[in-house]
Design a protein around this ligand. Structure first.
Ligand code: SAM
Length: 205
């Protein structure tokens, strides 16, 4: 398995093979009530206050999609892995949500535009993140926002994208970006963590 001890898979991971056990990590499956509550509270503060169209890119098994749908949002999820998409469809059966198999770098959403593009633990794995952020910004309606949850995992051979690099990549897009540190909230991870974990919420006029 192409995965380190934090459950953070390498960019080359076989996501179809990892899908069945993906939700075993506390912050992936959100099965523990406390962890789930912690993510639900953060997501509520990051997403628009009213029912909105949310595009969850690299949605995985749909754990954040489900929280967003429970908060009244209409969700479109996109993932490259058919196995992940199948699990997300099952998880959100009966909800106002659709899931598409496709590349987060160029989501198959045609001319549709969204109030929020939500991406957790995916951007760091994609080549040319600056170009991709420009594309995602173009998927937003006026007043829309990017909600990017990222980090740097591991100590021996750390992987990920530091917050200052991500905010520098966002600078040319001329939005208002706010960084929220997530490392100091063990409720999000189901344990204490010491590495860099954060969210960036960037809003665009
Ligand atoms: C670490 S998981 C995160 C899943 C979900 N965002 C979450 O936080 O629970 C990374 C996900 O990104 C997907 N992925 C990786 N590269 C992708 C790409 N180029 N386009 C779409 N999805 C991709 C994988 O299939 C996997 O489901």
């Amino acid at each position: 398995m192409n995965e380190d001890s934090d459950g953070t898979a390498a960019p080359s991971a076989d996501w179809d093979a990892l899908a069945a056990s993906f939700d075993d990590e506390p912050d992936h499956g959100l099965r523990d009530a406390g962890v789930r509550r912690a993510w639900a509270a953060r997501l509520r503060s990051w997403l628009p206050p009213r029912a909105a169209d949310v595009l969850d890119l690299g949605c995985g098994t749909g754990s954040l999609s489900l929280l967003a749908a429970e908060q009244g949002h209409r969700v479109t999820g996109v993932d490259l892995s058919p196995a992940m998409v199948a699990l997300a469809r099952t998880k959100l059966a009966g909800r106002d949500a659709v899931f598409l198999t496709g590349d987060a770098a160029a989501p198959p959403v045609g001319e549709r535009r969204f109030d929020a593009v939500l991406v957790r633990h995916v951007l760091w794995t994609l080549p040319d993140p600056g170009r991709i952020l420009r594309h995602w910004r173009g998927l937003l309606r006026p007043g829309g926002r990017l909600v990017l949850v990222e980090g740097v995992w591991g100590s021996v051979a750390p992987v990920g994208i530091p917050a200052d690099r991500l905010t520098a990549l966002l600078d040319p897009l001329a939005g208002q970006a706010r960084v929220e540190r997530l490392s100091d909230d063990p409720a999000l991870w189901g344990r204490e963590v010491t590495d860099e974990r954060y969210a960036v919420v960037a809003t665009y006029a």
